[in-house]
Design a protein around this ligand. Sequence first.
Ligand SMILES: *Cc1c(COP(=O)(O)O)cnc(C)c1O
Length: 383
Amino acid sequence: MTRGAFRPRLLAPGPVEVPPAVLEALARPVEHHRSPAFVATFARARRRLADVMAVPGDDVLIVTGSGTAGFEAALATAVPRGGTVLALVGGKFGARWAAMAEALGHPVVRVSAPPGGDFDIAVVAERLRATADLAAVTVVHSETSTGVLHDVEAVAAVVRRERPEALVIVDAVTSLAAAELRPREWGLDAVVSGSQKGVMTPPGLAFVWLSERAWAPAVRPAAYYLDLRRERPQQARGQTAYTPAVSLVTGLDVALGMLLEEGPDAVRRRRAALNEALLAAGVALGMSRFAARPSPAVAALAVPAGVSAPDVVRAARARGATLAGGQDELAPTLLRPSLLGYADRYDAVAAAQLLEDALRDVVPATPVGVAVPAALRALDAMA
Ligand SMILES: *Cc1c(COP(=O)(O)O)cnc(C)c1O
């Protein structure tokens, strides 16, 4: 198949498109991880990461593994063994953290949000009061399976009010560098993210920030490789406890430099506009917004009644693009296009047309030429 240079390829909330400068960095000769050159790169990447995460530099750690490894590191390092975890479950990722806490031996109490909706803070408050031996609360900021941006600020505030002793552990995997995230002002204790989402690097690295009190010396970490107490003193010196993914760190450093040069606020505005453009294109095609409070990282769109979302995903693939569909029980009805990576206005225009073409492959009566104007109107409204 002949393909143009600028056609849409990865329209998914991770892995995302990676900038050419990052790809170039990934191709450089491998440095030894204890060499002065790599130690400098690692230290700079950590400083840049702290700036992007809006946290003090000393307590951001880079873990080799995907985002899930980062979450496991946070739980295993900070949550006292056997302490109860209140898990806020709004979708697949929230459910994963509940299952992970159970696997690590914690009693788990779940509070659910309706599909596409946010948590009822009054219900969260009631469960907080009712749960004995509460050690931590887990919550997903941008629930990528539903496209909802959960109100983590409100969740953290109610935890601080009702159970100030409980840690607030936040999955910021797709909200980092996409949505406003203020770990210290909101009183969060752990923030976890990963390389293949908003920081536009290939998969394989996770990032964890822990608050001062999350390092309470009395806790015996329930892990070895993912015990962040082994990493913390090493990473403070530009080192790691074990061999890190050297090439990924080198690429990450370049990607973070690009995000900081653009400026975190400008990055968030750009991504919010691109996501609105995808949502507007979908609505113009007869789809509906699934999330009441949409995350800027992913455009959750319910396909029109009678249309199979997996058929649209297959049509997009035949046109050379990976368009994310729904997960689990949302698979038949949901599409989740995303431009979270290296993308601008013209990528949004191309993505809108691809959405229209793929839908028309499945539903021949789909109107022609509606998606791109809708996307452009959304982009201009947010410019
Ligand atoms: C991608 C993602 C993760 C991490 O998944 P990995 O496959 O382990 O990187 C976690 N939470 C959310 C909300 C995600 O979107």
